[in-house]
Design a protein around this ligand. Structure first.
Ligand code: AMO
Length: 435
């Protein structure tokens, strides 16, 4: 089928009255007023009202408009007219209509603007759910998030790197690994590209990746997935303060890009998005703060309630919680010289909280082999499994730091979604492997 004369719907609105247009798209809605039939046509760029009038139109076209099922795919040729009643001030008088693909009915989920279909059912039919402009809006924004992240990193002078997803040993600690058979050996799906990005930063200095991670977390929550994606960053000759600054500016850059490019999508979700401020707090300061509100906070981790409270206390702000207790951080995080007032050993690790949820964690890494071996043992991991990683710091390895930022978490928070599954095209959780 020749589509060379195709006009996208959004461009039709800026064409001259009476001009001929050829549109391709989905039948969003049909209204029948006996003598006039309206067909609302939708493509990825927008919607337009098209009409067929009994007596004026070719009879077959008028007939077809009356019986074409919603969500069917059509090619439509017609003449643009000004119309005060039509949304956007223009409509198309249909001259020719061809059905490319009929949608079977009844549709298994409601894809209308005011659909009340529950999320699990929508996810069962995600391919059809993606016909909805509301669903598309989330992934249009996510596309900008990924693009803006790459733009920012390139401007920072970082290199985009591609890492393996099959690994021989844990990268984040012993739990939540997906084991797999790898010929005669056992292997795992990557929990993160942590070890590889560190090895690389020790030569390429500034590296970044958009990387899928797998976590065998058994609990189904609204903020965890078993397959997620991370924005990773690692930088040599940098301590935790330097990379917190990079992360803050990176999220500001991404949010700015969304504010600039996605007014329509933000309006659809009734979101007033502002470029966030930056705030730094020590773990101990947060602990003190939470005491006031009688909110429980773990010895070495923040509770979801405390993250939520930080979001309320500091709206539109990225809160960096640093000087984190060492016991609460993975084996690769650098111990700090500091202790808290109870003598608890601190680290150069941090978390970033945005809109009441952790979006990222990171810190300075251990680049000293003996210290790394000691920390692995303390975490009950076998240094033998990490031989290459440890060896990589034996031949001239600078101190380095970095972070990982959850792509779906960020999308979810920016769009004000209350379940992370809304922010993944095809989510993988404990109960879901399809579609
Ligand atoms: P961490 O495990 O804290 O750190 O992950 C970093 C960020 O990734 C997101 N994230 C998840 N999102 C959805 N579902 C999950 N199961 C999930 N797990 C993590 C979160 C989280 O803040 N290698 C380190 C980072 C580093 O130090 O560079 C790491 O993976 O937004």
């Amino acid at each position: 089928m020749n589509t060379s004369k195709r006009t996208y719907i959004k461009d039709a609105f800026s064409k001259k009255t009476n001009s001929e247009v050829e549109l391709f798209g989905w039948v969003h809605d049909v209204r029948d007023l006996s003598k006039i039939r309206f067909l609302i046509l939708r493509d990825i760029s927008g919607r337009i009202q098209t009409i067929s009038i009994k007596g004026d139109s070719v009879p077959e076209v008028f007939e077809l408009v009356g019986k074409i099922p919603r969500e069917s795919v059509v090619r439509l040729k017609g003449e643009l007219k000004d119309s005060k009643q039509a949304p956007g001030g223009k409509e198309v008088i249909i001259k020719d209509l061809e059905v490319i693909a009929v949608a079977e009915h009844p549709l298994p989920i409601d894809v209308s603007d005011h659909s009340k279909t529950e999320l699990p059912k929508r996810l069962d039919y995600r391919f059809l759910d993606l016909h909805r402009e509301r669903t598309q809006a989330i992934f249009k924004v996510q596309s900008t998030i990924v693009q803006a992240y790459r733009d920012f990193m390139i401007k920072e002078g970082a290199f985009e790197c591609l890492f393996p997803s099959i690994i021989g040993a844990s990268s984040e600690g012993g739990t939540n690994l997906f084991k797999m058979k790898y010929f005669e050996k056992e292997a795992y799906l990557s929990q993160s590209c942590q070890l590889y990005k560190q090895m690389l930063a020790c030569s390429m200095e500034k590296v970044f990746a958009v990387f899928p991670v797998w976590r065998a977390e058994k609990h189904n929550t609204v903020r965890h997935l078993n397959e997620a994606r991370q924005f990773d960053f690692e930088m040599a000759f940098a301590d935790d303060k330097i990379v917190m600054d990079v992360l803050g500016r990176c999220v500001q850059y991404i949010v700015h890009a969304i504010v600039q490019n996605h007014k329509k999508e933000l309006e659809m979700f009734e979101i007033e998005l502002k470029v966030p401020h930056i705030k730094y707090l020590t773990f101990e300061e947060v602990k003190e703060m939470m005491k006031k509100y009688k909110i429980h906070i773990g010895k070495d981790d923040l509770s979801p309630e405390s993250e939520k409270k930080l979001g309320e206390l500091f709206p539109d702000t990225i809160v960096f919680v640093h000087d984190w207790p060492l016991s609460g951080k993975p084996f690769y995080i650098m111990p700090s010289e500091k202790k808290d007032k109870n003598g608890e050993q601190l680290s150069n690790g941090f978390d970033a909280i945005y809109k009441g949820m952790e979006i990222s964690s990171g810190g300075q890494r251990i680049h000293i082999p003996d210290l790394l071996i000691e920390r692995l043992k303390i975490k009950k991991l076998n240094p033998k499994d990490f031989k290459d990683y440890i060896d990589s710091f034996r031949y001239g390895a600078p101190f380095h730091s970095g972070w990982g930022l959850g792509v779906e978490r960020l999308t979810m928070l920016i769009m004000g979604l209350n379940n992370i599954r809304e922010a993944v095209l095809f989510p993988r959780d404990r109960d879901r492997l399809t579609p």
